[in-house]
Design a protein around this ligand. Structure first.
Ligand code: PEP
Ligand code: MN
Length: 338
């Protein structure tokens, strides 16, 4: 449930509500909006009597949250969340583009990729150092060496970084090098990993599982939020369907659905959603038109030689064209791209 404080309530009132929640053995989650203070009470399935809060000074109302996700819901926080990453804001008016190769392969590849994407207007450099591959015989990533190369290339080009963390024991090392922790589709329901990233304060890019519903995505976000990390960015990256022409099926409606249900920002990954370079531009434009807060796109200086996902990786020129094209769409829907 959520406790809505009166507009004229003071810090003392809020303090006594928080104390009451804790004394009953529940965990309070405070959300101080521009107009109202809201306190979420998450009760591990235990019943809570609203009356105990309604009698406290400063309390306006007690509202049950009907969704299974609570802290991720719009009821808990009506204003859209903006996640700040080293000077870049995700979820505000600006559409933010993350781009780079699927995997970090070597220094030259990373420096070339970073230069290309920075020049075209991307703000965040992507590149996997730990790769969750379907086959154990496929390239598994360079590990810590890859993290170093990602960071070096990003710093040299004034970019932030996003990279995947695939296990709780790797959270510390990925935090050391990366500005955003990516949870991949295959790990969306790895609850030990969600708890581990939830205990950090780093922004988390949570990708939708390839066989997960929107509600399951929001429940996974809830794990991160409930562990104390409010900095969650959601990502629609396509889901499995019966259609074999594309690698996955981009669920474009997930963008407005998430916007209705949640205050969290959502970006789209048109590369994994389509699996084909020739479809990435159209998928990106549709994502921005649908209200996505950003994109994460695979770009490689030489896709034919990529160690992973070459077929869906854009050539540098194609990425520059894409940035140009999405700027027009962004403007048409009242957003902007740098
Ligand atoms: C990736 O971003 O390279 C990746 C593996 O994506 P996903 O987890 O969406 O498959
Ligand atoms: Mn990839």
């Amino acid at each position: 449930m959520i406790i809505v404080m009166k507009t004229d309530s003071n810090l003392k009132d809020t303090g006594s509500v928080l104390k009451k929640i804790e004394s009953l053995g529940f965990k309070p989650h405070l959300s101080t909006g521009a107009r109202k203070t809201i306190i979420g009470v998450v009760g591990n399935g235990k019943k809570i009597d609203p009356e105990v809060f309604l009698v406290l000074p400063g309390v306006e109302s007690v509202v049950p949250i009907l969704h299974p996700f609570k802290l991720a819901s719009r009821e808990f926080k009506n204003e859209s969340s903006v996640i700040h990453v080293n000077g870049v804001s995700i979820g505000g008016n600006e559409v933010v583009v993350m781009a780079g190769p699927c995997s970090v392969e070597n220094r030259t590849q990373m420096l070339l990729s970073a230069e290309t994407v920075a020049k075209a207007g991307a703000k965040i450099l992507r590149g996997g150092a730990y790769k969750p591959r379907t086959s154990p015989y496929s390239f598994q990533g360079l590990g810590e060496e890859g993290l170093k190369l990602l960071k070096e290339a990003a710093v040299a080009n004034g970019l932030c970084t996003v990279t995947e963390v695939i296990s709780p024991r790797l959270v510390d090392i990925v935090c050391e090098y990366s500005d955003i922790l990516q949870i991949g589709a295959r790990n969306m329901q790895n609850y030990a990993l969600l708890e581990a990233v939830g205990k950090t304060s780093k922004p988390v890019l949570l990708k939708r599982g390839m066989m997960s519903t929107i509600e399951e995505l929001l429940m996974s976000a809830e794990y991160i939020l409930a562990n104390g990390n409010p900095n969650v960015i959601l990502c629609e990256r396509g889901i499995r369907s019966f259609e074999p022409y594309t690698r996955n099926t981009l669920d474009i409606a997930a963008v407005p659905v998430v916007k209705q249900l949640s205050h969290l920002p959502i970006i789209v990954d048109p590369s994994h959603a389509t699996g084909k370079r020739s479809l990435v531009n159209a998928a990106s434009r549709s994502a921005i038109a649908a209200g996505a807060d950003g994109l994460i796109i695979e770009v490689h200086p030489n896709p034919e030689e990529a160690l992973s996902d070459g077929a869906q990786s854009l050539l540098p020129d194609e990425f520059t064209t894409l940035m140009h094209d999405i700027r027009k769409i962004a403007l048409a829907v009242g957003r902007e791209v740098c």
